[in-house]
Design a protein around this ligand. Sequence first.
Ligand code: UDP
Ligand code: LCN
Length: 807
Amino acid sequence: MSELIASVLDSSERVDLREFVDGLRGSDRERYLLRNDIINAFERFCQESGRSPDYGTKSFLGKLIYFTQEIILEPESFYLIIRPVIATQESYRIAEDYSVEPLTIQQLLDVRDRFVNQFHPEEGSSFAIDFGPFYDYSPVVHDPKNIGKGVDLLNRYLSSKLFQDPHEWQAALFNFLSLHHFQGMKLLVNGRIQNRQQLSEQTKRAIDFVSKLPGERPYEEFRYDFQDLGFEPGWGDTSDRVRESLDMLDALIDSPDPTVLEALLSRIPTIFTIVLVSIHGWFGQEGVLGRPDTGGQVVYVLDQARSLEEQLQEDLRLAGLDGLGISPKVIVLSRLIPNSDGTRCNERLEKIYGTDNAWVLRVPFREYNPKLTRDWISRFEIWPYLETFAIDAEKELYAELQGKPSLIVGNYSDGNLVAFLLARRLQVTQFNVAHALEKSKYLFSNLYWQDLEPTYHFSLQFTADLIAMNAADCIISSTYQEIVGRPDSVGQYESYDNFTMPSLYHVVNGIELFSPKFNVVPPGVNEAVYFPYTRRAERVPVSSDRVRELLFHLDDPAQAYGQLDDLDKRPLFSMARLDRIKNLTGLVECFGRSPELQERCNLILIAGKLRTEETTDNEERDEIEKMYRLIEQFGLHGKIRWLGVRLAKSDSGEAYRVIADLQGIFVQPALFEAFGLTILEAMISGLPTFGTQFGGPLEIIQDGTNGFYINPTNLDETASKLLTFVESCDRDPQRWHEISNAAIDRVYSTYTWSIHTSKLLSLARIYGFWRFTSEENREDKLRYIEALFHLLYKPRARGLLEEHAQR
Ligand code: UDP
Ligand code: LCN
């Protein structure tokens, strides 16, 4: 990259760079520009200076700007933070005389501190958090495009260990297989096999034995002969399946290979009970979606719990265990909210619909401050209550499971922290799902953390994130971009690689992005609720009528604001929680600024609430006020309809379909969207979807093929993209169908829960084995993590608790 900088500086483009940077300065001598600002400014610069149309892409400067993520302007010099390839970063100081100097991470963090006036070396250096050394013992992915396929690397690594060091690693495999039992029942290998040598010999004998049996002989019929050979249940339900499994074991011992390792580990029954930790918000099955902090994560976890139970049942049947009375159990661990506002969040246990043995288990926060802890608490305020929650939850889980779970999956920063605390105490495999890392959602959230602290408490959240993501055995991400972004944008996990929390700490190596712990496993969509509008036979006409009435006609001020003047216009539809980042108000403004769009379309929004008195959430209140302001400002009466309702699940599915009946369009205008389940729901329903280009939708949608990207920070451009599509559909109705069909195909081919869960369970078994074989190596990292928890997290959490007591 330094060559590219040299090419700019050694050519006539040096003057262009000076001109561009001077233009950025404007009247401010000091400025901090992020990617979106830089790109917009450079486009403006090219236009205003009358440069040729291809200057932006062909010039050295254009190329340099393409790689530049941040520019920090100081009075005399400036800094370029460049991302030459995914997951790598370089930074340079360019002085007034155009000399160039590379910066170390530590120097860059100091520059950032200086920018916010928090660089005070005379008072001592900053506390540096560095996880780098703890990853030295584990394998790393080399090619950034393989990031997120960690399990492939892990299988290769583990099988090469078996090959290179057969004594030690076969012994590890033998110990692993001997360890398993479920509620007192021994599984897989019994005491008749004493060591790796005997395991190899007995495997061959057992293969010989089952080979002589008829293929479909049920396992129960030869269980006792098999036990004499040293093998217990778990290898298969029929002689064929048992033989297949033992063949894999035999092959793995004699000639280890990653494919066989993966196939064997994925089928041996090591997972029976799973705990999914999802704490904040209102975790329930009815009447909760759209409330603050209550959206896609609840949908994701409930659908995942159902699907996991189903897949585990199938796996245990194939392993020959269901006939022995072994059945799976899935528990969603959440928070019990005593003042439950008409929901079931005050119930300790709630069965998950459509399952045999999946439950929501709710554990209350301890009542340090009953005024607060009896009510819903914003996810930004939850931190002081989590450690004791984990302690109490552990007891409740033991009571429910009569033992410890096989796997704990955390969700979001709070759930992941609790998953870490539980997994550490119980010595269980820990998986993390981020859903949304707030660090990327709120720009400058770390640099200005002190200003934001009273509202967001990011110092606690980011510390919790660092703790949980480093402790996790495996991180499940919904997209590749969630980990390391795209060639031109930083990933959500990548943003934890290095950052400063001025005056609190410097993170010089926050997460190893090349670690095999990262795996992309996208979620699915509940296909019983969300399905294409064309499947008329599965739709219930009275429900369609009721939802249509609600969306377009119902005159009830408690539920709807605004009546539409012209019902023949094409509906633009959106549904989201009313938080700032969801940016529904941005969509209203975009619509308001485009009379042409208003000419052709109505705007219909489903957004939680209509009245500020009904909410205790700050952002929700601000957004409600802003929405009314914008409707007035742009005179949108008669053109917009805002529904403050919480739809039943089936009605929300029908809402998308009713809009699709009218050849409408779904718009997701979030300033940042980690993944975006509404995008999947809209697409599978057959709605052409315009999704934000910031975050997950960028990977779900293929622009122009099965949907479109929008830049919600550029409202006029967004309006014009919508208008172009609407006009093309008006001219040629086939255009709408083309995108609609492609959207449906995209979801069915890539985003289903059955693909998700079979992958997740396979990972749980493989990472469980890795954990078992690397136990000693992990201890040093976990001790470091505990130090951060006790010395950094807990004192701050205690401070927040005291603050709560003052309220
Ligand atoms: N949802 C809903 N009613 C609302 C708002 C949202 O039913 O008023 C549902 C929506 O159908 C989707 C989920 O909540 O299933 C939102 O998920 P998404 O991933 O889009 O966003 P999140 O709210 O998790 O940030
Ligand atoms: C949270 C979010 O903000 C969404 O982007 C995701 O789709 C949802 O969780 C489910 O992972």
